[in-house]
Design a protein around this ligand. Sequence first.
Ligand code: FES
Length: 434
Amino acid sequence: MHERKILFETRYQLRDLDRGYANRALRVDVSARTVTEVPVDDRMKQLWTGGKGFDLWLTFREINKNTKWDSPENPICFSAGPLGGTTSFPGAGKTIVTAVSPMTQSMMDCNVGGYFGPFLKFAGFDAMMLTGISDTECIIVIDSVEGLVRVYDATDDAVDSHILAEELTGQFARNEIEKRNIAVVSAGTAANFVRMGMLNFSFYDWRRGVCRFKQAARGGIGTVFRHKKIKALVLRSRSMTPAWRVEENLVAARITPKKLTRMECPTVREELDRIIDRWHADPEYVIEMMQDIQERFRHIPKVALDQIQHRTRTPLAHLYHIATFYKSFSLEPRGETIVQVCMGTACHVKGAANILDSFERVLGIPTGGTTADGKYSLEAVACLGACSIAPVVRIGEEIMGNVESRQVEKLLKQYAAPGAAAPAGCAGEEVDHD
Ligand code: FES
């Protein structure tokens, strides 16, 4: 990382969470050049529960009846709520951002994705406030690896979010894997000139190798950010397992004693270990591990994701992201034979919907389902690359073309008894993909 001029800094004590709370918020005043901790007490937790509540309470502490959007005391607050950073609930990755708005001169809140809120929680803070107006352009860095809040001079840095976030992610990550632990909040040049400037929250997309962005776009909070002469707020997160998960809550475990499922038995765990060892438990190869597991167990059981996370230290959220993004992975057991009905354009115009209907009827399952005996799973897929013989169906490894819905039952029988003759009009042979 190139040498940067440090304006001010403060070390802080890293702290584990207690029932979803860090019990403190961070306050950075760029006018006074101070970094302080604000206690989060039980009263605050009970009366102002959640990200929006915390932000409002912290704002009321700072402002007075004369506070305008451009007043130094107008704080930008960020908060993640008590479930922030868990992987057990939808929406637990969000950050709530508030400030007095340049557009309405009243409180405005935004709800934004990306990793900032969870990372703030992992850094040991339930919320944070940015207040004051800096006398020089600055970048604020919260480093939860070092336990350090440091504010740098940013006179020479870019303003535009897509450039700045890439640069800062590269500068504050020590290697490619660590880029996933960097979140950058920035506002862009437009926020210098308009009242509706928004905040961009970066997250590193490791598949594409670039930063991507989520926006806190309501009310012009990006304009407030730039008015404070802040170019970026960077969070460097420690790699850690999720802070708290429902199944690990001792109270829940006591109420519902846990029975071992078939997939949790020791022999399955040993087999999973062998697959992970085959890839040297290297986090770069989690997709390959998951492919092997999918092939062996016909799905990715939850216990496998836990084991990969434990052995490779890859965040569980990433593993779920992979498992749910790629069609070839399934979190539910798939049937011995996968039936795929092509719904691509060529097949669609030649009646693919009717064929899918027939398979649903004959197999007695909806699309995406698996028969009770575990023999067949039914999927609707995009182009199978054999459009010239549309409509196309793949049963197991076999591709069949010119299929008619009345042939569906025969096709299944033919697949089950490979010697049987193909129904009239059905290609039934292997096809070279385009
Ligand atoms: S659209 Fe069905 S095979 Fe191409």
